[in-house]
Design a binder for this molecule. Structure first.
Ligand SMILES: *[C@@H]1O[C@H](CO)[C@@H](O)[C@H](O)[C@H]1NC(C)=O
Ligand SMILES: *[C@@H]1O[C@H](CO)[C@@H](O)[C@H](O)[C@H]1NC(C)=O
Ligand SMILES: *[C@@H]1O[C@H](CO)[C@@H](O)[C@H](O)[C@H]1NC(C)=O
Length: 389
């Protein structure tokens, strides 16, 4: 008995000894609530705990949700909605009041560790608002400094992958011209100065839908044995998610002129978080879907191919979860990169998108009745192998 106990401790302790400095990556969920049939927040928090989910991203700072998350140890990113970004930029006292009511009043009982200023603001196509974004981030950060919270709570803003151009090969990737110098450059400087991170929403799902003829499905779902080579660098990509992550790193690096800004603090690549990624289990992609690259060719029902299936969603989201749990989070260009990622979404949301046949309603890991849409395991053990070179 005692010997068995001892062996268990040795085995459990071994990985820690092997990687004493590794800062583990973490996988969380995006808790969207655009639905009229979701369980109440208390039940949702119980669901998170029952499933070993340790971080969530919210799309607001709802008092009931934040209270339900108190004293759970779950890390929480709250969001200032897009409609409030202009006011926060123009008025520091608005930003201060916002941070007081929506962050400081709940912290530290509720473990808020980030504030998202808007969501995919560039997708609104409001150049005036784009120019206010960094101002709003700066004012909210200043508010957190004033409240004594800036060390623990970082300010960022999730951007859609459409912020980039020429994303394949990854080494050619750049921020789009209309935002590169005017918004992204000062934003990256802000993020660096405040010890924060860039938030990006990479969706291999939409990239694949845009170009199903050139992109192998298994590459989009997680792993293709042959892979695709970036001719500029000779690096081979087995996963579209890796290619999207490296496209982000190359674009950042090109804009700041810093080779390897990501590694300045160590070996981790830790100044980027993947604030949304996921795969729908049902429905059709509706034209005009926001996360698609401009001018993309959409997969239609008439193509006779169903992209959003339970099998595909299960494959992709298990790939992401198991990838993070495996610790093999590096990319071809950033072999030591961390990978903090939020799966979109916790629930299927019946008020999203354009009717019940829209994929937007089927990104959930869970149905509103809290049944899983398919099997997955945030503690490991769902069994899928993670292939990494
Ligand atoms: C911020 O807090 C106020 C006061 O509790 C609340 O009315 C408002 O809805 C909150 N904002 C968000 C985005 O949840
Ligand atoms: C893997 O990708 C190659 C192209 O790089 C493609 O020819 C092949 O069909 C893909 N494999 C599968 C199983 O889809
Ligand atoms: C950024 O990319 C452009 C080409 O897109 C190149 O001319 C320029 O030298 C690059 N800048 C840096 C700092 O790498």
């Amino acid at each position: 008995m005692a010997l068995a106990h001892f062996l268990v401790i040795v085995l459990l302790g071994a990985p820690l000894l092997l990687f004493p400095c590794a800062e583990a990556s973490e996988v969380g969920v995006s808790y969207g609530r655009i639905a009229d049939d979701l369980p109440d927040p208390e039940a949702v928090v119980q669901l998170l705990q029952d499933n070993g989910i340790t971080m969530v991203r919210l799309y607001d700072a709802d008092p009931e949700v934040l209270s339900a998350l108190a004293n759970t140890g779950i890390k929480v990113i709250v969001m200032m909605p897009n409609e409030e970004v202009a006011a926060a930029a123009e008025n520091p006292s608005y930003a201060l009041q916002w941070a007081q009511c929506n962050v400081s009043d709940y912290y530290p009982d509720t473990l808020i560790n980030g504030v998202a200023i808007g969501n995919e603001v560039f997708e609104l196509k409001q150049p005036d608002l784009n120019r206010k974004l960094v101002g709003a981030m700066t004012n909210v950060h200043a508010a957190l400094v004033q409240l004594g919270l800036a060390d623990d709570i970082k300010v960022s803003t999730p951007i859609a992958f459409t912020a980039f151009r020429n994303t394949f090969p990854p080494s050619d990737s750049r921020f789009k011209d209309d935002i590169a110098q005017s918004v992204m450059k000062p934003m990256l400087q802000f993020l660096r100065r405040t010890g924060s991170y860039l938030s990006v929403n990479p969706y291999p799902f939409f990239a694949y839908a845009d170009n199903p003829r050139d992109i192998p499905l298994d590459y989009a779902l997680g792993y293709n044995k042959t892979g695709v080579v970036d001719q500029n660098t000779g690096l081979r990509y087995h996963s579209l998610l890796d290619a999207m992550m490296d496209a982000t790193f190359y674009a950042m690096e090109n804009l700041t002129g810093h080779i390897n800004t990501m590694q300045s603090g160590g070996t981790n690549g830790g100044d980027t978080k993947w604030s949304e990624s996921g795969w729908a289990s049902n429905g059709q992609i509706k034209p005009g879907k926001k996360s698609l690259p401009d001018g993309g060719s959409l997969l239609e029902a008439s193509d006779g191919f169903q992209l959003a299936t339970v099998a595909n969603a299960q494959a992709y989201n298990n790939y992401v979860i198991n990838r993070v749990l495996s610790g093999k989070t590096g990319t071809p260009y950033r072999p030591n990169a961390d990978m903090d990622i939020y799966i979109f979404a916790l629930f299927n949301e019946n008020k999203k998108g354009d009717g019940p046949d829209d994929v937007e309603q089927y990104f959930g890991l869970f149905c509103p009745d809290m049944e899983k849409v398919y099997e997955f395991d945030f503690r490991g053990g769902a069994g899928s192998d993670v292939h990494q070179p």
